[in-house]
Design a protein around this ligand. Structure first.
Ligand SMILES: [Ca+2]
Ligand SMILES: [Ca+2]
Ligand SMILES: [Ca+2]
Length: 254
């Protein structure tokens, strides 16, 4: 086999592998992101907890699933999975919570609220639906499955009780995370001043059921992005592999 023929086959193999890894990334389409809600004191509103805002866009009408996993451990009075725990953000802490979020179209206001979600459904074996597919340990983790029109949306996410006024002002006034947790069975600590959470966002085309890309970016209560828009890992990997591949072709030809 000639050298150029070998090179062509090797190039084709590389391209095939790249295409396949991209296809695998495209099939999932779920955006999974994490954050932390903190108890704090606001100069204007006093004692309360923070609210995180996540914006996403839909290119077509879609069935959307917003699935929260926030309890890193399990409390006997709260649901199933006794003794189970997971450190969602790898910070070495097990935090407990009762999450709530509100969904808005375009901006956060009284007129633009679509729906609110507090607790998910009760656990039913084998636990792969209604908010349990993400590994949730308590039904206090919020869950929403709803149809939405193409457009821009903002999730206001925080600790129960997160009412409309809280979401609009950007601060969960008077809220206390510790009141809900009692003694943490994993750490022995009474109460908490923060909790960690994970949100899985999925969108499926309303007409053909196909998976739609819906990437959430963190914004403030006005919808302004907090951090630079991250580049998805798959794109970086593809770019790096492609650069390496082009470089090797160039070197071989020289
Ligand atoms: Ca943690
Ligand atoms: Ca809840
Ligand atoms: Ca969940």
């Amino acid at each position: 086999m000639s050298n150029s023929r070998t090179q062509f086959l090797s190039v084709r193999k590389t391209m095939l592998a790249l295409t396949m890894s991209l296809a695998a990334a495209a099939t999932a389409q779920a955006d999974v992101f994490t954050g932390t809600i903190n108890a704090t004191i606001d100069p204007t509103h006093g004692k309360g907890t923070t609210i995180d805002y996540w914006a996403f866009s839909l290119s077509a009408d879609a069935n959307v699933i917003i699935d929260v996993r926030a309890n890193e451990g399990y409390v006997n009075s709260w649901g199933s999975h006794p003794g189970a725990y997971v450190d969602l953000n790898g910070d070495g802490e097990i935090t407990l919570s009762d999450t709530q979020f509100r969904l808005y179209q375009d901006s956060v206001s009284l007129d633009t609220e679509i729906v609110a979600a507090d607790d998910g459904a009760g656990y039913t074996s084998p636990g792969n639906s209604n908010g349990w597919a993400d590994g949730t340990l308590s039904r206090n983790d919020s869950y929403l499955s709803t149809a939405l029109q193409a457009g821009n949306y903002i999730i206001a996410f925080g600790d129960y009780d997160l009412d409309t006024n809280d979401a609009i002002r950007g601060f969960n006034s008077g809220d206390n995370i510790a009141a809900y947790t009692g003694i943490n069975p994993f750490t022995g600590v009474t109460g908490q001043d923060h909790f960690d959470y994970q949100i899985t966002l999925q969108a499926f085309d309303f007409n053909n059921g196909g998976s739609l890309s819906a990437q959430a970016i963190q914004v403030d209560a006005t919808g302004t992005p907090i951090n630079p828009v991250p580049v998805p890992g798959a794109v970086w990997l593809f770019g790096t592999a492609l650069a390496g591949f082009l470089g090797s072709v160039k070197r071989k030809r020289a």
